[in-house]
Design a protein around this ligand. Structure first.
Ligand code: ADP
Length: 195
């Protein structure tokens, strides 16, 4: 097993994060947790890329559908369908519009337990339910009911990989090998206690 400090994860600052001038704030939250930025770029994604990204995991459609249905039912709101695949199809169509509407910033972060640490810092999918202190909890007020009422995607500033395998696949989709830097930060000597 490779040391957990080499774990990598993919983050994408979505168009709402770029438009709201939150790029620096978002990056600094990850930096101050001790994670190392090893790749970053600004680009405009196309629909094919977004569809590929969200279908890398064959389970994603079912999971996103189930999570959305539960999020609405918990608030006493009836979803447009109780079939997770129907909900998921509408989510992916809306994601294709939203994530191609302006520049996005994909980046790769590396560090101890990078995938789970980043998910913890980012907060849950539905910002209104995200804890205070998380990025989504502190900077976004969106919810499933608001997204449903306006027939759009939940605005939640960031994408972050859910598992280590997902992260590997997503990093390969968004970055070429040579775009990922291999370097040591001086503060790693302190963070990983090798002094
Ligand atoms: P996460 O980004 O937290 O990993 P998912 O992978 O489940 O969440 O969903 C991907 C993205 O799709 C979410 O970040 C959000 O922008 C959008 N989304 C998810 N569910 C819905 C929904 N029911 N309605 C609108 N947009 C949604």
């Amino acid at each position: 097993m490779s040391h957990p400090k080499y774990e990598k994860t993919l983050i994408i600052i979505k168009p709402d994060g770029v438009q709201r001038n939150l790029i620096g704030e978002i990056v600094s939250r990850f930096e101050r947790a001790g994670l190392k930025l090893v790749a970053m770029k600004m680009m405009t994604a196309n629909v094919e890329m977004i569809k590929k990204h969200y279908t890398l995991d064959p389970e994603w459609m079912r999971l996103v559908g189930e999570k959305s249905i539960k999020g609405l039912l918990d608030k006493g709101i009836e979803p447009i369908s109780r079939d997770p695949m129907v909900i998921a199809q509408s989510v992916i169509d809306r994601l294709s519009v939203y994530l191609t509407s302006g520049p996005v910033i994909p980046m790769v972060l590396q560090g101890g337990h990078a995938v789970s640490v980043v998910r913890k810092i980012v907060g849950t999918t539905e910002p209104v339910m995200s804890d205070v202190g998380t990025i989504r909890g502190d900077y976004v007020l969106d919810s499933y009911p608001m997204a449903m009422a306006d027939e759009r995607c939940v605005r939640n500033l960031i994408h972050a990989s859910g598992t280590v395998d997902e992260a590997d696949n997503e990093i390969n989709l968004w970055f070429k090998n040579e775009e990922i830097m291999d370097y040591v930060l001086v503060n790693e000597r302190v963070i990983y206690g090798v002094i």
